[in-house]
Design a protein around this ligand. Structure first.
Ligand SMILES: O=C(O)c1cccc(C(=O)CC[C@H]2O[C@@H](n3cnc4c(=O)[nH]cnc43)[C@H](O)[C@@H]2O)c1
Length: 247
């Protein structure tokens, strides 16, 4: 039963399951909202989740702050979120993640939080601090990848967009399972972890990770892929529950 339906926001059932979708910029938020609108126009999703897309900002710090603020506000209002999704465009490592393809993170790893030494990069964990990887629920990742046709793998969070073949090779050498890089996932995941909420990251590939080539960007194609992918993800979010994750 559809209880409430608004532009850019899908509320299809009264249940407790609520999903916050944190994109970086408004065009990404709108791409997600378009998918939710399409689901609603097709008759809604009985028993489904409340899905709220927000533009949380570019970069890990702003994404973390905005996500934490949204989570805290919802909890304060008695409508806490059950899942956070970091969604948007990203760079894809070739050949595994070509432009226009979709990637679901089975690991959300910050690639450049640590220390540079004469012997190479040391992640912050080896300095005795914090964490460098958040792992989305495995069953949710499997189901999301199957439903959307996305590949599942590591999505790196970087502070600096990769712009050389050398940097791309170094990242792949350190993170052999990396399929994509973007700038917000780890911040969103840190905020979610702070609030005890599971996280998922979905990236539509807008450009290859490698030598800088602005002519090679396909942002419109990536946003279309994000909309299409999110439309297929909604039924997964409907059926998934955190306690299902040992399947
Ligand atoms: O100026 C450049 O060469 C350049 C290349 C790719 C992306 C940018 C951005 O400023 C976009 C940042 C924005 O989009 C996400 N994104 C998209 N592609 C990538 C990427 O290859 N590496 C990291 N982030 C990417 C990112 O999450 C930001 O929200 C500039």
């Amino acid at each position: 039963m559809v209880l409430q339906a608004e532009e850019g926001r899908l509320i299809v059932a009264a249940g407790p399951y609520r999903v916050l979708v944190a994109t970086a910029v408004p065009v990404e938020r709108d791409a997600v909202a378009a998918a939710l609108d399409a689901v609603r126009a097709a008759g809604g999703a009985p028993g489904g989740p409340v899905v709220d897309p927000v533009a949380a900002g570019v970069g890990s710090a702003l994404a973390a702050a905005a996500t934490a603020t949204a989570l805290a506000g919802a909890a304060r209002d008695g409508t806490p979120y059950d899942l956070v999704v970091s969604a948007g465009i990203g760079g894809g490592f070739l050949p595994a993640a070509p432009v226009g393809s979709l990637v679901v993170a089975d690991a959300i790893t910050v690639a450049d939080l640590g220390a540079e030494t004469a012997d190479g990069f040391l992640p912050v964990t080896e300095l005795g601090f914090g964490t460098v990887t958040h792992r989305p629920p495995a069953a949710l990742v499997r189901q999301a990848a199957a439903a959307t046709g996305a590949r599942a793998g590591t999505v790196l969070t970087v502070s600096t967009v990769t712009g050389t073949a050398g940097r791309a090779a170094a990242l792949r050498a350190r993170h052999p399972d990396a399929l994509a890089e973007a700038m917000e996932g780890f911040g969103v995941a840190e905020a979610a972890a702070l609030h005890g909420v599971p996280v998922l990251e979905v990236r539509a590939v807008s450009n290859p990770v490698g030598p800088r080539d602005r002519a090679a960007w396909r942002i419109a194609d990536a946003l279309a892929a994000l909309t299409e992918g999110f439309g297929k993800l909604v039924p997964v979010l409907e059926s998934w529950r955190h306690h299902d994750d040992d399947r």
